[in-house]
Design a protein around this ligand. Structure first.
Ligand code: HMG
Ligand code: MG
Length: 303
């Protein structure tokens, strides 16, 4: 029988990964009231926005204001996406607790997403990581397209490991592995984790599944069997990368909690509060969100 971890940490990425892919711009006040609900749910980390170029992701151009207006819960780490030195300066002014740097294992996706080759990206991120650590910030490195790329197809895990080696050398605290377009199936997860866990302790490993083909929960179960206990997710299943065609939402926090609590794994997160936060953002977006367990509970309440 599989030996699952007793406790799982969830990072809520809906306010960043979720909203960056929504056509509709959510007013700042609605983001703030939503993040305040999330902050009261027991989550330990919320990625609340992104300090990328506002022309590239206009939906998150109010990152500074959001950071200033949310009610900070001292038990929550408030992190944000930071692409470069300029983004870090703005994020530090806005009072982030954690900086998330990001790049891709795929050369083409990296170029489309951040306008640089992988080789050109390394020194930029190296500087950001060094400076963020000097400011005592937690730094997570995202590696995107670790399984498949919308432009290059299947990605060789050696490419993923090369990026990880460099990011760890620069000093990231942990790495989040992105199934950016949600194509992976459990054997791919197994293959990657065999390589990753042979090199790095599981404490430093986070998995970030998008649920494009409904495989994310199966992939999380596979990861749990490897003792992985850190996952990114998004309430309602919001999300996607605007520079990765075909990328649907992140795995829904609601679905992940349903699975984990059903397995007897503790998370510290209150499912009812997550449902409330999901209802809130669903109403603001004015469309049904994809999470099945959210829809099931919402349906029960209607009926
Ligand atoms: P660039 O045009 O190459 O930037 O964009 P640049 O360095 O050449 O600078 C051009 C101008 O932009 C300059 O202004 C800079 O100051 C300004 P000028 O001197 O011409 O007046 N600038 C900025 N302004 C505000 N904030 C900044 C910033 N940086 C430069 N941070 C850049 C390069 C990286 C900025 C751009 O490509 C960009 O913002 N990309 C972000 C794309 C993005 O957010 N993608 C989605 C997130 S990644 C994701 O979703 C995947 C993930 O979820 C994991 C997974 O699922 O796999 C994390
Ligand atoms: Mg993502």
């Amino acid at each position: 029988m599989a030996r699952f971890p007793e406790f799982v940490q969830i990072k809520e990425v809906g306010p960043r990964d979720g909203l960056q892919n929504e056509e509709k711009r959510v007013p700042t006040a609605d983001k703030v009231s939503w993040i305040d609900l999330l902050s009261a749910s027991g989550l330990q980390e919320i990625e609340y926005s992104s300090f990328v170029h506002p022309k590239w992701v206009p939906q998150l151009s109010d990152a500074h204001e959001v950071g200033n207006k949310i009610k900070r819960n001292p038990n929550v780490r408030y992190s944000a996406l930071v692409p470069n030195r300029k983004g870090l300066e703005l994020a530090l002014e806005a009072g982030i607790d954690g900086a998330s740097v990001f790049m891709s294992a795929s050369e083409t996706h990296n170029k489309k997403n951040i306008n640089k080759s992988i080789a050109e990206t390394f020194p930029v991120l190296g500087e950001v990581i060094r400076d963020a650590k000097q400011e005592n910030k937690h730094v997570t490195g995202y590696v995107s397209t670790v399984f498949d790329c919308p432009y290059e197809g299947r990605i060789n895990p050696d490419k993923v490991i090369r990026v990880c080696e460099q990011l760890f050398e620069y000093g990231v605290d942990d790495i989040s592995f992105g199934d950016t377009i949600g194509t992976a199936v459990p054997p791919q997860v197994e293959n990657l984790l065999n390589m990753v866990l042979a090199r790095y302790p599981k404490e430093k490993i986070i998995l970030h599944f998008h649920d494009t083909r409904g495989m994310a929960i199966a992939n999380i179960l596979q990861s749990l069997e490897y003792g992985i206990y850190r996952f990114d997710s998004s309430v309602g299943g919001l999300g996607g990368c605007p520079y990765a065609p075909g990328a649907a939402g992140n795995v829904a926090t609601n679905d992940v909690l349903y699975l984990l609590h059903g397995l007897g794994i503790r998370t510290g997160v209150d499912e009812k509060k997550i449902q409330e936060a999901t209802r809130h953002i669903q109403k603001k977006l004015g469309k049904p969100l994809p999470s099945k367990s959210f829809a099931a509970v919402a349906g029960e309440q209607l009926g």
